[in-house]
Structures are given as C-alpha cells and as structure tokens.
Design a protein around this ligand. Structure first.
Ligand SMILES: [Zn+2]
Length: 464
C-alpha cells in the first residue's frame, strides 16, 4: 500500500518533465561460448533467474558468427569479438588472433565512435586491448586480468599463462611475451585503479581457482566496484541537492526524501534525478568479456552431448547444475568444474551487479555455441571451430527495446551498428552490417530516426 510519502513522490514525478535527450547507460556482457542449448533448459529449470528476466523482458536471437570471417569458416573468438564491436569482417579490422595489440587494429571500434558523441566507455578483460585504448576511459586489459588473477587466487599447478609469465624463462611464445610486457605498469588504464578502489594491496585468503575463472572474477570485481562507485557519486550529488529541494516541496527532513528515493525503481530514480533535480547522468558503455565459460565448455561439453547432432541430455545438465555449490568452493585437486557452472556463476554475478549499479540497457552476447568433438576420442571434448558455424547468443533488454520477442537470427556484423543506435550515434553506411530495426520498438524508431555517416574510419585512433 502506498504511503502518503510515496504518493507525494509519484505526484512529484508527474510534475517532472521528461528529459529530451536520453543519456543511456549500457552494459554489454560478452559471455564467451554461451549457447542457447544450455541457457534454455537452465532457464526452464529455474537456474538462471537474472538472465531469464532479461530474456523475458527483451529480445533474443541466434547470433550468426561465421560472418566475422567468410561463410563456412570457423567462429574464432578474437575475430568474432572484434567484429561484434566494429561492424566489419576480420579482413577489414585486422584482428585474427589473441596475441595482437590494440594498435594493430585497422578499423574504428564502437567506443572510438562513441567518444566523439560524448559517451564514455569502460572495457574489462577484452581481447586485443593491450597496451590500452585511447578512446576508452577505464581499461582492464586481458593481460592485466591474467596477472591480477594470480595475485588474488591460488592458481592451480597447470594454471597456464600467469604462473609462467611471472617466471619468464619458463614461458615462450607471443602471449607470454605480452604478459611479461604488461608487468607491472599497464594492468589497467588509468594505472593504479585497483589501488584506488581498495582492491590492492590484497591480503585476504587466496582460494584455489582454475586460471580462466580467476581471471574473470577479478574483471567482474573491478566492474562491480566501478558501477557501485558511480552509484555512490549520484547519491552524493543528490545529498547536496536534496535539502533545498526537500524544503521546496515541504519536506522538513531531507533524509525522508532520500529514503523514498532509495525505494524507487531505477526508472523512477532516473526520472526523479534528471527531471526534478536536473542532475544529468553521463552516458556510458561498460563492456566485459568473460572467458571461463568457453574453457569450461571445451573441457566438459560431451557430458551433455555425446555425438554431433545428438539432442542435449537435459537431465545430465540439471545434475551438473545441482552439484554447483557457489563460485568460491574449489576442493583440491582443482578441476575445471562441470558443464553449466560458469553460466550459474555469471548469472549470480550479474544479479549482484544489477542490484548495485544502474543500467538502462543490458546486452548479453556470445561469440559461438559448442558441439561435441566429431572425432570420438578427440581432444578437447567440445569444439566450435572445426569448419562449421555455431550460432552464438544475442539478448537485449531496455526501454528502447521490444519485450519478450524472439527475433530469429541476426549477424555478428549487425551488433555494433545496433548498439550505436542505442546511443543515437551515427551509423556508418560502409560497415559490413547495419542496424537491426526489429530489436527496437516502433515509437523509438519514429522518435529517433537512425543517423548515418559515410564511414567510422576517421574515428580510428592514430596515437597510442
Ligand atoms: Zn569464444
């Protein structure tokens, strides 16, 4: 039952003029290797409450990944992710492997374009962002996530990159050399972010973790801190503005108004801040790449699908999900977990993040799905690059997006232009993909006609 205070707040909201220019906040979660074959049964079984809410309230699609290269070629992670954020094929953006630096890209990325529109972007653990991104604000490079994972977690003996990187003679190869080069100064952009946010120096317990999991957790933690800090900033500016506003509307105690504010939905808060208090929020894009699900699926996919084109063994998937005891329990000897476990961890983390930070639009992408290795005793048990294309996942929810709709299949080439539209940024007509209008509601398309320019190339940074 609404209290008189609530009624007054609602009345004030009615008075608040809608801001002419929406300043969206967008989260893009790049969940490597997420497959609908796992998500759908897990949602049906009640295992992914946060992801289900986003799917139910937004649009879903298969993401066709073979477009990153040419039809029929594999869906290879770094190529697909660079295509998703640039709107062009790999031959044009020039990213073909993990061990390439950001300055080897030959196409502008979404964040290069957005910077010119006054939108700030933060990048967490993306491939090929080392040694930094001139047009992004906060950058945790993938190499930085590797190395930080090793500070926070007891990496298993076969912990791959980081252990070897801190003992340089033990490691050879391009990735190892990049890790060594990343030690210690360029973990984050700006430098010292972990220290600023109180994450370092770390003197807590170092629990065991498989390396890709450790890497993802440090990236998630950094993003959560950044989002929470931003929320606190808004609270602080509200506290400054409130006493005067409160008096104006007859509140003797401004804390009552602040309490009412804290009980509002995010949408109401937004309207309240922008319309009534005139505190304009900055538009921003947060992009995080989570790697561990890809690795886990490679190692465990055959537990739910024995041979290519078999139907998924949903009972086996549920048994595995039931065996999940939470993200931090890793009894030695550490294994990579079971199929679906990283889906459960990501869902829990996403729920926590959305309760702490505020986003208008949430986008979940994956670069490919999986199938069992067609060679019966072949390793790894799960594959996504044996010459066929395995659709990834596209999910998007937010005020500009249609609700509860399956829009079929879209191409990875169409992701960047469609995200540009969310920010009302111009879409280049020479991209390999265009805006997917059926994502967005008709009145949004009518009120905000897409803007076009010839090319995004002028936004390609020239100095690193
Ligand atoms: Zn991948």
């Amino acid at each position: 039952m609404p209290t008189p205070l609530h009624r007054l707040i609602l009345f004030l909201l009615l008075l608040a003029p809608l801001t002419a220019c929406e300043q969206p906040r967008v989260l893009v979660l790049e969940a490597d290797g997420f497959a609908w074959e796992v998500i759908d049964p897990l949602m049906d079984g009640g295992y992914l409450p946060t992801i289900k809410k986003i799917v139910d309230g937004g649009v879903r699609a298969d993401l066709y990944c073979a477009d990153a290269t040419s039809p029929g070629l594999p869906c290879f992670c770094p190529q697909v992710w660079a295509t998703a954020m640039s709107g062009v094929k790999a031959w044009r953006h020039g990213i073909n492997n993990f061990a390439q630096n950001s300055d080897q890209r030959s196409s502008a990325m979404l964040w290069d374009v957005l910077r010119a529109e006054g939108v700030t972007t933060n990048l967490f653990s993306l491939h090929n962002t080392w040694p930094g991104e001139p047009n992004a604000e906060i950058v945790l490079t993938e190499e930085g996530a590797h190395l930080l994972g090793d500070l926070f977690y007891e990496i298993t003996p076969n912990g791959e990159f980081a252990r070897q990187a801190v003992s340089p003679p033990l490691y050879r190869g391009a990735h190892g050399r990049r890790l060594i080069a990343a030690l210690p100064g360029t973990w984050t952009q700006p430098a010292g972010l972990y220290e600023q946010l109180g994450l370092l120096p770390y003197d807590g317990p170092r629990v065991d973790a498989w390396f890709p999991v450790a890497k993802d957790r440090v990236a998630m933690e950094l993003l959560a801190r950044v989002a929470k800090e931003r929320q606190r900033d808004t609270q602080l500016s509200l506290k400054d503005a409130l006493p005067e506003e409160a008096r104006k509307y007859g509140f003797l105690n401004p804390h009552k108004l602040l309490r009412a504010y804290n009980n509002m939905s995010y949408g109401e808060r937004r309207q309240f801040r922008d319309g009534l208090l005139g505190i304009a929020d900055q538009a921003y894009l947060d992009v995080i790449l989570l790697h561990s699900n890809d690795r886990q699926s490679h190692m465990t996919w055959k537990s739910i699908q024995e041979r290519p084109f078999d139907s998924i063994d949903v009972e086996a998937l549920y048994q595995s999900a039931d065996a999940w005891t939470g993200p931090f329990v890793t009894p030695p000897p550490f294994q990579w977990g079971r199929i679906g476990w990283q889906y459960l961890e990501f869902d829990q983390w996403l729920g926590d993040l959305l309760s702490q930070g505020y986003y208008d639009h949430v986008v979940i992408l994956s670069d490919h799905g999986f199938q069992p290795n067609p060679i019966p005793s072949g390793s790894p048990p799960g594959v996504h690059n044996d010459g066929q294309a395995y659709n990834g996942v596209f999910i998007m929810k937010g005020p500009k997006v249609k609700r509860g709709l399956d829009i079929g299949r879209i191409s990875v080439l169409e992701v960047a232009p469609s995200l540009a539209y969310v920010f009302d940024a111009p879409i280049a007509t020479n991209l390999h993909g265009g805006l997917v209008e059926r994502i967005f509601s008709e009145d949004v398309l009518e009120a905000q006609p897409p803007r076009y320019i010839e090319s995004w190339q002028p936004y390609l940074p020239t100095q690193w």
